[in-house]
Design a protein around this ligand. Structure first.
Ligand code: NAD
Length: 261
């Protein structure tokens, strides 16, 4: 899985083709969509039109909460694959645990079937707390390859990252730029950017990469799409990393996975 990919949440279906095309031209090879984003069709169109060999691309989609359950998962997966116009996805994720529904274990058993059939090359989860991971791993056979969680310098998720390391699960950061709301104006981030001749977004993405996170920044602006992948030519030093670590406020932008339905 490429460590840096392109996220398409909140990109309308008719704009997704152009955005994903720009990303592929800029060198991204991993795309993160979801059934609930309602842009699997537009995303799939960009993939098909790109002329890039399928095996060079890494496509992730996610099962929405209302479709959890064994049989409904199998149907929802077929619908996603059809919209994407693909024979397989590289990664299929349970979007949220929805503990109140108590269906994620049954759902994941359907994921294991999809994996065994070769229609997903890997399966995983999103927004799972360590307690959900522990139960899932105790009751099923395949350790999730990935847990995609909200993670950025103001929510560094140490406990989850530690649990993932213990289980051998890759940590994927959603809203890696803090949704561009405020984080990119934080003086410490701006100052580190000046020091390296880089933008605040590049500093934040570089921090993720050095921490070992997979990142999927989103933008529909071509210059930003290119800026966000141009993060492999510099390195943050220990002082930079310590200054960014001090920004953690354990504050979520999104919902609490223990409660979200
Ligand atoms: P993000 O942190 O990637 O921020 C995106 C926003 O930041 C953009 O809309 C833009 O306003 C700004 N931005 C982007 N590049 C910039 C740049 N170079 N300079 C200045 N501003 C810039 O937020 P996100 O879209 O919430 O998260 C990324 C992806 O994560 C999503 O597109 C989606 O694929 C995934 N995601 C998953 C979940 C989940 O529950 N699994 C939830 C949210 C997002």
């Amino acid at each position: 899985m490429p460590q840096l990919g392109f996220g398409v949440w909140q990109v309308p279906d008719d704009e997704a083709t152009a955005a994903v095309t720009t990303a592929l031209e800029a060198g991204y090879r991993s795309i993160d969509t979801a059934a609930i984003y309602a842009n699997e069709r537009g995303t799939g169109r960009a993939v098909a039109d790109s002329g890039i060999a399928r095996e060079e691309l890494f496509v992730t989609t996610k099962l929405w909460n209302s479709e959890q359950g064994h049989d409904s998962t199998l149907r929802a997966f077929d619908a996603s694959l059809d919209k994407l116009g693909l024979d397989y996805v590289d990664l299929y994720l349970i979007h949220w645990p929805v503990p109140a529904k108590d269906a994620y274990v049954d759902t994941y058993r359907a994921f294991e079937k999809i994996l065994a059939d070769g229609r997903a090359k890997a399966i995983g989860v999103s927004n799972f707390l360590p307690e959900h991971l522990e139960r899932l791993i105790g009751e099923t056979s395949v350790v999730p390859a990935v847990n995609q969680i909200e993670l950025h310098p103001q929510l560094s998720q140490a406990a989850s990252r530690e649990a993932h390391a213990r289980y051998g699960i890759a940590t994927e950061a959603w809203s890696p730029l803090g949704q561009g709301k405020g984080l990119l104006d934080v003086p410490a981030i701006v100052a580190i950017g000046r020091k390296h001749g880089r933008t605040p977004a590049q500093v934040v993405l570089r921090w993720h990469l050095q921490l070992g996170n997979v990142v999927i920044p989103k933008s529909v602006t071509p210059s930003r799409i290119r800026e966000n992948i141009d993060v492999f030519g510099f390195e943050l030093d220990a002082e930079d990393l310590a200054a960014i670590a001090a920004l953690d406020e354990s504050r979520r932008l999104g919902p609490n996975p223990a409660e979200f339905n």
